[in-house]
Design a protein around this ligand. Structure first.
Ligand SMILES: O=C(CO)COP(=O)(O)O
Length: 246
């Protein structure tokens, strides 16, 4: 049985003052029956980790190298050293804004694993790709290209985030979500074996909120959520945590 994961992606939002939300969430979610994760901007990772409690800290990116002459970059080892347990990789905003390719995401995933982090690898289609009936081809290609050999079931989480659903208030139908999640499960089992494939968690992301989480969480092979906007306020995110705890 896979333990569900409620993961918040704060994106480029959050100051020291917002640590009060983390303290509130730690209190509200202290009896959560799912894993709870917040991925803030890098300057807040250490502070969130230092809070202790049920809320774990994660990052939103890492470099492929361990150290060296890469001004402005942060390695996976540094994230782990700051207390991060997970790192989001290949988010569509980074694929679009920073030109991250599947190959780069694969190398970053390898770096995350070497540092002992769980990699949350994001995949998802654009609206054009969905309308052209290319969704599964796109997702299959991203999975094959972005995940290195060596998935263990514990070191990898896959997040399905349709690009057109991110920050838009739009969500796919539950049938559409189920189709993609079942497809991802099949691909993971085929490539890494049934045991690893079945123990890898698959999150849904894209306008998940307190109102739609229960319906989405009931879809086959949905093992949690990767939540943007609704993770910024503890009260909202706690509703999602509680829905994923059942
Ligand atoms: O991109 C996302 C999480 O990584 C989803 O963002 P929203 O929940 O704001 O749509």
């Amino acid at each position: 049985m896979r333990r569900k994961l409620a993961a918040g992606n704060w994106k480029m939002n959050g100051l020291q003052a917002n640590l009060s939300e983390v303290r509130t969430l730690n209190e509200l979610a202290k009896d959560a029956q799912c894993d709870v994760l917040l991925c803030p901007p890098a300057p807040l990772i250490g502070a969130i980790a230092a809070e202790g409690g049920v809320v774990k800290a994660g990052a939103q990116d890492c470099h492929t190298a361990v150290s060296g002459a890469h001004t402005g970059e942060i390695s996976a080892e540094m994230l782990a050293d700051a207390g991060a347990k997970y790192v989001i990789l290949g988010h569509s905003e980074r694929r679009a804004d920073m030109g991250e390719t599947d190959t780069i995401v694969r190398d970053k995933t390898q770096a995350a694993w070497t540092a002992g982090l769980v990699a949350i690898v994001c995949v998802g289609e654009t609206l054009d790709q969905r309308e052209a009936a290319n969704t599964l081809d796109i997702i299959g290609g991203q999975l094959a290209g972005s995940i290195p050999d060596g998935a263990s079931g514990l070191n990898l989480v896959v997040a399905y985030e349709p690009v057109w659903a991110i920050g838009t208030g739009l969500t796919p139908t539950t049938d559409q979500i189920g189709e993609v999640h079942d497809f991802i499960r099949t691909r993971l089992e085929r490539r890494f074996g049934t045991g690893v494939g079945r123990s890898t968690r698959i999150l849904y992301g894209g306008s998940m909120n307190p109102k739609n989480v229960t319906e989405i969480a009931a879809v086959s092979n949905v093992d949690g959520g990767l939540v943007g906007g609704a993770s910024l306020k503890a009260a909202d995110f706690n509703v999602i945590v509680q829905a994923l705890s059942t």
